[in-house]
Design a protein around this ligand. Structure first.
Ligand code: PEP
Ligand code: MG
Length: 315
């Protein structure tokens, strides 16, 4: 029986009406990568490369990064890995990156802002990513993007270190409400979006993601957040839309996300089989109907009540 479950996990996740959903794993170490493969991940939807940069006195060299990215890609044996460029800032300082003290680090120089302020760091990372992209299907993704200008600047650095055309897809995380609202323009500059609902919810609901006192307000199923996700899906055009925030691992949220137009989910490795199983019991057309209703709900609680996680019905 256990063997059957393990085999099932390796199969694609397809809804009852034939829509395939890619279920990937979020990875923050080589161990995570191995666990993700065992769990049947279709891809690594989010590699948090911070693990290579934190807790050390100097930045990792291009060679060191290249080795780690190559090992990750090798582990997944030909399936796609999405490497997110360094996503740190005032809340996660690095000894080798100088930053002015900030009163509000979550509203300060973090993610792509910090990377663009330290282009040598980003160039080295892009060099390592580009080298591995010549051998394996690798995508690069920039975190905390707010403006088209940031995408242009990041792509210009990529072009600088890898002038030849590369089979390297470029995407951005959608974590800032303004970026969600501008999805249609941002889509002209990227191959895919990955919605980081942890940060998107923090910024949309004005709730510090580490503050327990107001944590109950920070529900990504709040219709205000869902409307932002809807804007991303409707603005995306040919760009793929994924969700890699924690909400992707919530069986109640899955039908709503799929119904809004998300085609890829990325979750912690141990949850991959569960989310694949959830997709297989859903009817995509019913998900779309539920999503429309969810957008007009008053609260996250009402959205949750719409979805009965225990049955195959999603509306
Ligand atoms: C997110 O913000 O939803 C996300 C996936 O990124 P992180 O949790 O690493 O900030
Ligand atoms: Mg984030």
């Amino acid at each position: 029986k256990r063997r059957a479950a393990a085999e099932l996990a390796q199969l694609p996740a397809i809804t009852t009406d034939g829509v395939e959903v890619h279920v990937g794993a979020n990875v923050a170490s080589i161990d995570d990568a191995a666990a993700a493969v065992r769990a049947g991940a279709d891809l690594f939807g989010l590699v948090r490369t911070e693990f290579l940069f934190l807790g050390r006195a100097d930045a990792p060299s291009v060679t060191e990064q290249e080795q780690v990215y190559r090992e990750l890609a090798k582990t997944l044996d030909g399936r796609r890995i999405i490497l997110r460029t360094l996503d740190v800032g005032g809340d996660k300082p690095l000894p080798y990156v100088t930053q002015a003290p900030e009163a509000n680090p979550f509203l300060g120089e973090r993610g792509i802002r910090l990377a663009l302020a330290h282009p040598d760091l980003l160039r080295d990372q892009l060099r390592a990513i580009a080298a591995v992209a010549a051998e394996y299907p690798v995508s690069v993704m920039f975190p905390m993007v707010t403006t088209v200008e940031e995408v242009r600047a990041a792509r210009a650095l990529l072009k600088e270190v890898a002038p030849q055309p590369l089979a390297l897809e470029v995407g951005i995380m959608v974590e800032v409400p303004a970026a969600a609202a501008k999805a249609a323009v941002l889509a002209q500059h990227v191959d895919f979006f990955s919605i980081g609902t942890n940060d998107l919810t923090q910024y949309a609901m004005a709730v510090d993601r580490g503050n327990d006192t107001v944590a109950t307000l920070a529900d990504p199923l709040d219709p205000g957040v869902l409307r932002l996700i809807d804007l991303v899906c409707r603005g995306a055009g040919r760009a793929r839309v994924a969700v890699c925030g924690e909400i992707a691992a919530d069986p109640v949220a899955v039908p709503i996300l799929l119904g809004l137009g998300v085609t890829e989910l990325s979750v912690a490795a141990p949850v991959v089989p569960l989310i694949k199983a959830r997709v297989r019991e859903l009817d995509h057309a019913a998900c779309a109907a539920a999503a429309v209703r969810a957008l007009s709900c008053e609260s996250a609680a009402e959205v949750r009540a719409l979805v009965d996680a225990r049955t195959s019905a999603s509306a």
